[in-house]
Design a protein around this ligand. Structure first.
Ligand code: NAD
Length: 386
């Protein structure tokens, strides 16, 4: 029971520090380790400062802030860890680094310790191969910033034991998170289903159907908080391209996920978005986008017009297609896909729920139109729609 209260978090970068804060807030004794000298201590300091900030705003008491920070311990290395119930790794996104880490942990931790990876894009099975008992390896994919974002994707490798997956899901639920289950499929739920949200707008922009401000306004008009182009500027064009390319590579270059020449060019030109002052849009020094007015007349013509040039219909049809296809492949439930997209990306509603309202037969027809106009497989309907 005592071991259950002990959690290890390896890697004290932005994700590891956030996860450590969440676990400590929930009452666990958190052992934080980073390979670089001083990084875990700095992360602990950062956690303490954030908690003090919350106390200053009256969200928690000063005692609570101090006690929570005290529950975060910096350990010099993985060999110094006590026995823990679960290790959550948030080291850099590198398969070999994660494999080496888990095989080293397997030598020091009891056989019942669960090894969870916060990987965004690596295959859980490939990580699990490194340990003698791969059934103890699961994915717990938190979103950034971990203390704020409610969603955790609980990712099952082919050999992950059901009991350990349940343990992981129950644990993050006890931390106030919402757990969704998915298979170790490229991009898991959120990073897979969201791809066309960005890709369709980039294609419409590249084809000259409308300017960026008009395309973004169309999607905002459908209820999205940010349009796809302004959102990629915020995420970073390089980061967004890397996620998309990773899904594309891992699906044997499925045309559904092919990166656009437009985004590749933006990255090549250093137009990374807000952080570089220029992406799709230009930004002032304070990060504010320079004025860009949508073309209201063009917007009125496009939305509700032919699917091939309607940014909303085209994007929604593709989002619905991705979502139902994931369910069709047996990689997640419809309810979890919808929950994940609402909590992980802030979509106004789940794509499957949305598809039901539009009519799956209507979506199938829209995809057929798109497939005829742009052949090559990108717009092929999921077998779930036929
Ligand atoms: N940043 C995000 O938005 C985000 C979101 C979800 C998941 N992730 C995933 O979380 C993981 C960490 O991402 P991040 O953005 O926090 O990275 P980061 O680069 O900010 O931090 C990684 C930390 O791990 C440390 N590290 C590297 N190898 C180590 C080892 N062998 N032992 C101990 N520490 C080691 C590094 O020194 C660094 O401090 C990655 O797998 C990433 O894909 C990131």
């Amino acid at each position: 029971m005592e071991a259950l209260r002990h959690i290890a978090v390896i890697g004290a970068g932005s994700m590891g520090a956030g996860i450590a804060q969440v676990a400590a807030t929930a009452g666990h004794r958190v052992h934080l380790v980073d390979a670089l000298d001083g990084v875990a201590a700095a992360a602990r300091e950062g956690i303490a400062n954030r908690l003090t900030g919350q106390a200053a705003k009256g969200r928690i008491s000063e005692t609570e802030a101090a006690e929570t920070a005290d529950r975060v311990h910096v350990d010099a290395g993985v060999d110094d860890l006590p026995e823990v119930a679960i290790v959550i790794e948030a080291v850099q996104e590198d398969l070999e680094v994660k494999r080496t880490l888990f095989s080293r942990l397997a030598a020091g931790q009891p056989s019942t310790t669960v090894f969870a990876s916060n990987t965004s894009s690596l295959d859980i099975d490939a990580i699990a191969d490194a340990v003698h008992d791969p059934e103890r390896v699961i994915g717990l994919h938190f979103f950034n910033p971990a203390p704020v974002m409610k969603l955790v994707e609980v990712v099952a490798g082919r050999r992950s034991a059901a009991a350990y997956l349940d343990f992981g899901a129950d644990l993050v639920r006890s931390w106030g998170k919402t757990a969704v289950r998915c298979a170790s499929t490229p991009g898991f739920i959120v990073n897979r289903v969201a791809r066309p949200f960005y890709g369709e707008a980039q294609r419409l922009l590249a084809a000259g159907v409308a300017d960026a401000a008009t395309l973004d306004a169309a999607l905002r008009g459908a209820g999205f908080k940010l349009g796809p182009l302004e959102l990629t500027d915020l995420i970073g064009q390089d980061v967004n391209l890397a996620v998309g390319t990773s899904v594309w590579e891992q699906t044997d270059r499925d045309p559904r996920y092919a990166p656009t020449a437009l985004q590749q060019q933006l990255v090549a030109d250093g137009r990374l978005g807000r952080k570089s002052g220029h992406g799709i849009y230009r930004y002032a020094a304070d990060g504010h986008p320079q004025d860009h007015e949508p073309d209201a007349d063009r917007l009125a013509v496009l939305v509700g017009g032919p699917t091939t040039t309607d940014p909303v219909a085209r994007t929604l049809a593709m989002l619905v297609n991705e979502a139902v296809d994931l369910v069709h492949r047996g990689e997640a439930s419809a309810a979890d896909v919808d929950l994940a997209m609402v909590l992980g990306t802030g979509y106004p509603r789940g794509p499957i729920d949305w598809g039901r309202e539009i009519g799956f037969d209507v979506v199938a027809g829209q995809l057929a139109e798109l497939d005829a106009a742009f052949p090559g497989g990108r717009y092929r309907p999921s077998p779930a729609l036929s």
